[in-house]
Design a protein around this ligand. Structure first.
Ligand code: SF4
Ligand code: SF4
Length: 437
């Protein structure tokens, strides 16, 4: 079949190299995967019952912030699927990155043994390559499992467990189990995980629409030379020419590079492209910037608005967050106590939770209760970082004061050094006159 004229101006640049772009993004994502828990960017710390987000240490009872953080992360996934389909799978997913890396490493080892050990028999070279591969994957699995568990356990605690070869406690057993699963995943399962277990591929089927980014084969001029290079390079083992909607396709773009590479040598351009939907334009070309970023209909703007809503909610919740949580409540098991000299005592309970990274203290005082005294062991009461403590204090008033039976007043707390004030409306109870001795 003769190769005919060049295609129209909307075609992507002939120099597009998605393979190189993916490998650069893979490296970046790998480093990010390792760094995120170490710098407390995201971690659900199960033993400490904390949620770390963007460097903030959030306590499980900080529901508002955790809600906005989770909703924001969820909508990032939704928005990325609506706009760009499965590009996350092909470019950023750790499962894909490590599966591809393990396959490439295995092939490289086999080539190395074939080249450098020509005197060995072929089965021997294969066995040696396999032994080195499994040994290296074993060590890599320990490191990857460590990085993965760091999303749930503080990395320094985890390292101590690892160094003491802890396989007896629940944490140690979990670490050993995750290491074994990681090893099996990257030696046997690899990309089969994407098409069998991973829910994201199925979710994408629901979130995509006619404007979602796809990898699409178009050959109106019947230029395909049936070289099948696009099929050979596909690590998911599919033929993109069959359909752009195959569940296995992770939109990695390797087949785009492959076809481009073959057909450019014949003086024409590739037949596989990133397109906005099955029948939409190919990516690239001259369009307003917002359309090039995927804002191709009103739905995309609504998705962005929802994302911004959760981002602003999260920002506001974080900016209103106080490092030290103070709670004060009356102890009403006994309404009041009366000393022999007639002094009346009311008891109150306080809770301090220092969620910050600095030592703090809380100063208690009372307002609108003339003649009353605050009796507390330590004022200001200190609270170390991460500490939650409870205590009691009393407020006393002489029987000769002019207080009523029920007196409304305010307890003021001042957190030091942040100088944050909290007020608590309380009541002070006095006995009716006849009870006074
Ligand atoms: S690489 Fe291109 S030319 Fe070759 S089979 Fe695939 S689509 Fe056809
Ligand atoms: S068909 Fe192309 S884009 Fe899809 S997974 Fe295979 S190589 Fe990647």
């Amino acid at each position: 079949m003769p190769i005919t004229a060049k295609r129209g101006p909307a075609l992507p640049s002939a120099t597009a190299n998605y393979h190189r772009l993916r490998k650069a993004i893979h490296l970046f994502c790998f480093l990010a995967f390792l760094a995120i828990p170490f710098f407390n960017i995201v971690r659900f710390d199960i033993p400490r019952q904390r949620f770390y987000f963007s460097g903030y240490e959030l306590w499980i009872n900080e529901f508002g912030i955790i809600f906005f953080a989770l909703m924001f992360l969820m909508f990032v996934i939704v928005a990325s699927s609506v706009f760009y389909g499965r590009v996350y799978c092909g470019y950023m997913c750790p499962q894909m990155i490590f599966s591809e890396a393990s396959i490439a490493f295995q092939k490289r080892l086999e080539r190395w043994f074939n080249k450098h050990c020509p005197d060995w028999s072929a089965p021997m070279r294969k066995r040696m390559a396999g032994a080195v591969f499994y040994l290296a994957l074993g060590l890599a699995s320990v490191c990857l499992a460590f990085a993965f568990i760091s999303y749930f356990v503080e990395p320094r605690d985890l390292l101590r467990r690892l160094m003491s070869l802890d396989v007896q406690t629940a944490g140690g057993i979990s670490g050993a189990a995750v290491t074994a699963i990681t090893f099996l995943d990257f030696t046997l399962v690899r990309q089969h995980f994407c098409t069998t277990v991973c829910p994201y591929g199925y979710l994408q089927g629901m979130l995509g629409d006619p404007n979602t980014l796809l990898v699409c084969y178009r050959d109106e001029q019947r230029e395909c030379i049936e070289c099948k290079k696009c099929v050979r390079v596909c690590h998911m083992g599919i033929d993109i020419r069959t359909s752009p909607f195959q569940i296995e396709c992770v939109h990695c773009g390797e087949c785009i590079d492959a076809c481009e590479d073959v057909l450019r040598r014949l003086g024409t351009q590739g037949l596989i492209h990133y397109t906005w939907g099955e029948h939409g334009r190919e990516v690239g070309g001259s369009e307003p910037w917002y359309r090039r970023f995927g804002f191709r209909d009103a739905k995309r703007f609504i998705v962005l608005m929802v994302l911004l809503f959760y981002a602003s909610g999260l920002f506001v919740a974080l900016s209103m967050r106080r490092a030290v949580l103070v709670r004060v409540a009356p102890v009403r098991a006994t309404l009041y106590n009366i000393d022999p000299d007639g002094t009346v005592h009311n008891k109150f309970r306080f809770t301090l939770a220092n969620r910050g990274k600095r030592p703090a203290a809380v100063l208690f005082s009372i307002q609108q209760l003339p003649g009353a005294k605050l009796l507390i062991t330590q004022n200001p009461a200190p609270a170390l970082p991460g500490e939650t403590l409870q205590g009691v204090f009393e407020i006393s008033a002489s029987a000769t004061t002019q207080l009523k039976v029920v007196n409304h007043f305010t307890i003021l707390t001042t957190t030091i050094p942040d100088q944050v004030n909290d007020t608590f409306a309380m009541t002070f109870l006095m006995p009716a006159r006849k009870e006074v001795p």
